[in-house]
Design a protein around this ligand. Structure first.
Ligand code: OXD
Ligand code: MN
Length: 588
């Protein structure tokens, strides 16, 4: 296929001169191309075909064992000034970065095929969508990009029409952790990634383009690129409200995006529609509301823990046309991971005979790549060119104590502070100490492509005349009682909390004001059938004034770490809460 677009052809030529591939293949995204690539990868051993009867057209990929996750310490934002990248990013001067990584790319595709992958992030006809082209030498990356984005001829046609696209250059190189970098050049709309084949490092449309580069673009163009799921909640009256929600990893984002209502709610007519599970681009509409698209077309989800109990919708979509990465397999060649109640693994994720002494059968970060259309709760509005209107934004974290089940921010400025103060306790899944509180504003710590202080200011800038902004809430599904057990059942029952939020949006539910925000009274939540003790509910909704005074002090120190970039309005808002907490203590 040839392109009329001179800039694209010229860039492909330049890259080919640098990397010296044996062949160049322009991807059209067709079924025939996908079949041929899969066959090639099976032949080369990059993919293993799974049980054709139980999992038609499903494949297993085993990655190099030192290449199983995003590498934040090797991920750089290369802006001309270090301060523009901010203390939240690793930084290198663009010229130094380019020299370093281009030396790695020199000749790296000898003996390989260079694939040109045009893609569109978002519905192909949406004005909110943006295009990119990834050049890669990995057919596994091509196969994943085909599921995760609108890839191929239609994207190329849009690029030819618009002339603008993000350039992403990727090579698996030698898969050597010592020769690995993921570099972003936001001023040039360019990404360069070398030495990894893992999703977040190699599928450049996802975190690199749709979050780091897009957040940068969004700042200058007046929109938001966020690490959020998008879910539609349909009430028994048939109205659907869309909610965008940001959580750090291991807080159940994919589960919330695909929630199954509790039995009573289901019978009453509640329905849940999945628009996205990871990334959300929001832009103000002519009506003043924020309208959102999911820039992705698939899910790149964590397999372990996914079961009929935790996420039946996810399990249902994984029965065909799915790529599994680093899971175990059963004797009859079905994919297997920890958390599945049935099946016995015979091979682990490295292809060794399964032996529990070697650790889990599936790598804890093993993944499935699957088209969003295969999800039973897939929303038909996912493809709407104008996006879906967002009624509520939810921030959340994993906190054993202190943070109540839910509270509502008083206004947008308070909501931005709530997002900026987001924090989560580390789990055993991550390296380092367990239970340590880490700040992760808007769940964007690894993904915000510029200085966090400037990012908070950008969020505040949406509050202008005529804006009809969503209400902002904070949730914590993970509060524990004195006995160390979770106080809240979570999963499908989280709909009860969303129900209260949406009643707040409609103005039909009550709330109690507190210094940290508005909380439901026990009677404002539908807790029917849960069997919670009144003390449990009281504990879930309690504001511990002294604990919050400590927290608000820590939030102050955190905001200070962005120096003069932190907007004064956030400091003022924080002070207002500190004063209100002090007032509470005095009157108590
Ligand atoms: C992801 C992540 O893979 O946030 O979505 O790490
Ligand atoms: Mn994510």
């Amino acid at each position: 296929m040839t392109s009329q677009l001179a800039a694209l052809n010229q860039w492909v030529d330049e890259v080919a001169r640098l990397t010296q591939p044996d062949r160049i293949h322009w991807c059209d995204g067709s079924d025939a191309e996908a079949r041929a690539l899969n066959a090639l990868m099976v032949e080369r051993g990059d993919l293993i075909a799974l049980n054709e009867k139980t999992h038609p057209n499903c494949f297993l990929h085993r990655s190099s064992k030192s290449d199983v996750a995003r590498v934040e310490h090797l991920t750089l934002v290369c802006t001309p000034e270090r301060e523009d990248a901010g203390p939240n990013n690793h930084w290198m001067a663009p010229a130094d970065a380019r020299a370093k990584i281009d030396a790695l790319f020199a000749g790296c595709m000898r003996g390989r095929t260079l694939y040109v992958v045009p893609y569109c992030m978002g519905p192909i006809d949406s004005p909110i969508s943006r295009c990119g082209v990834e050049i890669t030498d990995s057919p596994y990356v091509v196969a994943n990009m085909r599921i995760m984005t609108r890839m191929g001829a239609a994207a190329l046609a849009r690029i030819e029409r618009e002339g603008a696209f993000v350039k992403g250059l990727h090579s698996t190189g030698e898969l050597d952790p010592e020769r690995r970098f993921i570099m972003h050049f936001p001023q040039e709309l360019t990404i360069k990634s070398y030495g990894s084949g893992y999703g977040g490092n190699a599928l450049l449309g996802k975190k690199c383009h749709a979050l780091r580069i897009a957040s940068h673009q969004a700042r200058s163009e007046g929109w938001l690129a966020e690490h959020m799921l998008i879910v539609g909640i349909q009430n028994p009256q048939g109205q659907t409200h869309y909610v965008a929600a940001a959580f750090p990893s291991a807080c159940g984002k994919t589960n919330l995006a695909m929630l199954i209502p509790p039995e009573g709610h289901r019978q009453a007519g509640w329905k849940v529609w999945t628009v996205g599970d990871d990334i959300c681009w929001m832009t103000p509409g002519a009506d003043g509301r924020l309208w959102a698209i999911n820039p992705e077309a698939g899910f790149f989800g964590v397999a372990p823990g996914t079961s009929n109990k935790t996420n039946p919708n996810a399990l249902a979509m994984l029965g065909h046309d799915t790529i599994f990465t680093n899971v175990g397999v059963t004797a009859d060649n079905q994919p297997w991971w920890e958390g599945l109640p049935d099946g016995v693994p015979v091979k682990d994720w490295q292809g060794r005979d399964y032996d529990p002494a070697n650790g889990p059968a599936a790598h804890p970060n093993s993944r499935f790549t699957v088209s969003a259309r295969q999800c039973p709760s897939y929303s038909p509005h996912t493809e709407d060119a104008q996006g879906v209107p967002i009624s509520a934004i939810v921030f959340g974290g994993r906190r054993e104590s202190l943070v109540p089940l839910v509270f509502e921010a008083r206004d947008w400025t308070h909501g931005v502070l709530v997002g900026a103060a987001m924090a989560s306790e580390t789990t055993a899944a991550a390296t380092g100490a367990v239970g340590v509180v880490r700040r992760d504003p808007m769940a964007m710590k690894p993904f915000c492509g510029y200085n966090y202080g400037d990012y908070f200011a950008h969020w505040l800038s949406f509050d202008k005349a005529g804006a009809k902004l969503p209400k902002v809430f904070h949730v914590n599904w993970f509060r524990k009682g004195a006995d160390g057990k979770f106080l809240w059942p979570g999963f499908g029952d989280n709909l009860r909390v969303l129900e209260w939020m949406l009643q707040r949006v409609d103005g039909s539910a009550g709330a109690e004001e507190s210094p940290i925000g508005n909380l439901p009274n026990a009677a404002d939540l539908d807790l029917a059938g849960l069997g919670l003790q009144p003390q449990q509910v009281e504990e879930l909704l309690r504001v511990d004034v002294e604990g919050w005074q400590r927290e608000i002090g820590e939030i102050g120190a955190y905001l200070d770490s962005y120096g003069s970039h932190t907007p004064a309005a956030l400091h003022r808002e924080r002070q207002r809460i500190a004063d209100a907490l002090e007032g509470c203590r005095e009157t108590a």
